[in-house]
Ligand binder design. Sequence first.
Ligand code: C2E
Ligand code: CA
Ligand code: CA
Length: 277
Amino acid sequence: AKELGKNTFQFYRADKSAAATRQFMLEGYLRKALAKNEFELYYQPKMNIKTGELIGMEALLRWNHPELGMVSPADFIPLAEETGLIVPIGEWVIQTACLQNKKWQDEGFLPLKVSVNLSARQFQHNLVDKVSLALTFSGLAPHWLELEITESILMQNEETIISILDDLKQMGVLISIDDFGTGYCSLSYLKHFPLDTLKIAQPFVRDLSKGTVDSAIATALITLGHSLGLNVIAEGVETTGQLRILQDQQCDEIQGYILSKPLSSHDFARWLNTEAS
Ligand code: C2E
Ligand code: CA
Ligand code: CA
């Protein structure tokens, strides 16, 4: 019976896909990552292309595991969302971004806004209180914090989301719609939300220089944003060709490798010293 049990167990193990096993391991590691201080925020600059001024930076989460090395957000954020771990992790992100930004301001760097990505789950767990606490604790003025949310979050539970966003706006925090154009938000839908910025998704920026359909979509998205009175930023800008077209199309801001890839806080401060002087 003992033999049989062992075989059954092995059979069961072999039956499990390698992907599922990896997922299970990752989940175990992810549960301990916060306590073990394995997370780090990287920062990527944003620039106003009408004035050439640096205006902000996006905080992007990195997980450095001692054995796995750098795990990509594309691998662990969906897992963190499924397990709910994104709630405490996201809270850490908001706090850390506010503290870092205030620290840079106190050190005399050009004041910039810091943008933080939010997941849908965070809207179900006292988001307003957590943001308020992070601002109070860090001493960062609210207008130096921006929250990036996706269209899919807006479409989830309209009434609740509007009321949370209204509270955040009241506080003075800025709101940006991330990956715009990839969801299904209509113009009439968008106008219900208290937004400041519309961020054009990378796929529409990628093929901009070819003068294709994407270029027409980008033009339409910029016009749409402006007609709603919003600031428009394009992400994933890599080439001067893309930049020139975006300037022609009256896009307000850009973010992308053309300025810099995301950098550790140490490297970002160095970048600011050389770039912004
Ligand atoms: P996102 O919010 O759309 O962030 C932009 C992604 O594009 C980043 O990937 C960034 O490194 C990359 N990127 C920036 N410039 C360029 C460029 O010029 N060319 C190309 N090809 N890529 C560029 P990253 O850092 O791997 O983040 C992936 C996604 O993970 C983010 O997409 C965001 O949805 C999510 N994420 C990152 N940090 C957080 C976080 O703190 N909380 C939550 N909820 N999600 C996060
Ligand atoms: Ca983002
Ligand atoms: Ca994006």
